[in-house]
Design a protein around this ligand. Sequence first.
Ligand code: FES
Length: 622
Amino acid sequence: MTVYIDFEPVGRRGQCPAGASLLDCARQLGVDLVNLCGGTGSCGRCKVQILAGQVSEPAANEAKLLNPQELATGYRLACRTIPLGDCKVRVPPESLTTPQRTQVEGIETPVSPEPPVTSFTVKLTVPSLDDLRADDERLLAALADQHVAAATIDLEAQRQISPQMREGDWSVRVAVREHEIVAVLPASRRPLGLAIDLGTTKIAGYLMDLETGRTLASRGMMNLQIAYGEDVIARLAFAKGSPTHAAQMQDLVVGALNEIAAELCAAVGAEPAASTSDIVEAVVVGNTAMHHLFLRLPVDQLAHAPYLPAVSSALNVKARDVGLRIAPGGYVHLLPNLAGYVGADHVAMLLATGMNHATGVVLALDIGTNTEVCLANHGRLTSLSCASGPAFEGAHIRHGMRAANGAIEHLRIVDNRVEIQTIGGAPPAGLCGSGILDALAQLYQHGVVDARGRMGDHPRVRGDGAGREFVLVTEGERLDVPLSPGGGNERSAITFTQGDVRELQLAKGAMRTGIQVLLEIHNLSAAHIDQVIIAGAFGTYIDVQSAIAIGMLPPLPLDRFRQVGNAAGMGAKLALISRSKRTEAQALAEQVGYVELAAIPGFSRTFAQAMYLGPDLFPNPA
Ligand code: FES
């Protein structure tokens, strides 16, 4: 038995199995609903509005995640709602994942390919009664004669040799890594590499031609582990609960990487079509927690002071040992970790931005749920990590949303009006990270919010005390949102609340504390900084002036700031195609001094000061 579901305004409709949730129906009909929790009913992001038709009664958690007005006007969580017959469903823009910006691009550092895996076409002599050598012996001898000597053959590669030789008319392509044959491919295939930036919130993947060093395709997706916590602390707590939990966390990531690899290969579309078995090497970078969860390393010691990684050295593991479906004999290379909260992604970022070659005083920040900061002071590098939280990803912000169509990305207060710019020019649906930052900066600069973060009076402010909110887009301005089927007015204004201000003060305070601590360690003031490099998806789109206005970034001339995009991903790519870059990464990890922020004397005082809004909060050192 089936039901007919009509999703509007996206215009997707069709028959779905009776008993399936609206989220499953949406998936089946190609409607990309946000489902941060993976459909477990805990994130509250898969909101839809039932315009017509009967559905199941609201589940208990829907009453918690939807307000009474929403429930009264037909809003439901798609993952908790079962259609009882044909239905017409409205999908609000903030519940759609696409088009969504998952920043994957970043600075490209030109580098000559010098891949750790090289491939050779080998022509073999045809066996005969006079030449009875076994297939492996025949291949090793021909490889040594024609190209390079190899000493060992991976067992999985060994299994491919005999059929490939015969199918390829005694010509094969062999991928060799440090004297080991890791893959045997048809002669027509080109060896590919996969670089992954495994972020706490997002994953970016890149497919590369190992011979030319060219990026063939890139793709970003959400990290589904988010269902088990927005930050690494929550995920570590879950993973150390039981081996099953740890396996679940690993499966989620490995599943996502396999999906990315398959989609990247499909996206290349060249002849011959790429296949995941052509990927002979992968590089994965992530923070230390992501690194450990991916490899299912113990995380207990990482979750407690003094927060020690189980492994800090660079690693080479067989892809099959972690379940990654590339060439079965291929390896995954993991760059070194610096410390419990500064991982291989930071090393990759330093590599891509050339911090090890920086002259003068250079500050580099990779802004994310955890923000890593490095100060290079005439060749001396010091790094730390600060828990900036997911506020700039739109989490914990009343009208926060991911960077999708309709997200307000920039805004300005002019007199009593608010001018907004949305992604894709679509009607406003909420605020993404850069819009959130602009909102706070504008409220502070217009005196609506004071330096302590208290929201005062303004014609657009309503409510009392902790419930105060500034109306960015009024109910009347949201004319794109249709009325409910019953004719009631369910349009809600887009506001920026007192609670949002507090969340951002914590986030910006954490970042500014990190910067200040590094400056003090080097006995420098902000004025000494010659250049500020801002990496990370959020950092790509922010208005630096807004970040300066609230005191998140030091007050320096704008020409000293450089927004470089996903530098960790770029570092992963460099490490994929260049052996010398891997060596450089190892040297960087040994060169960088690490500081545990919370252990710094006076940390609490600095943090309290950094929470104040406004530029230039910190005096120069005496
Ligand atoms: S997908 Fe998270 S609540 Fe529905």
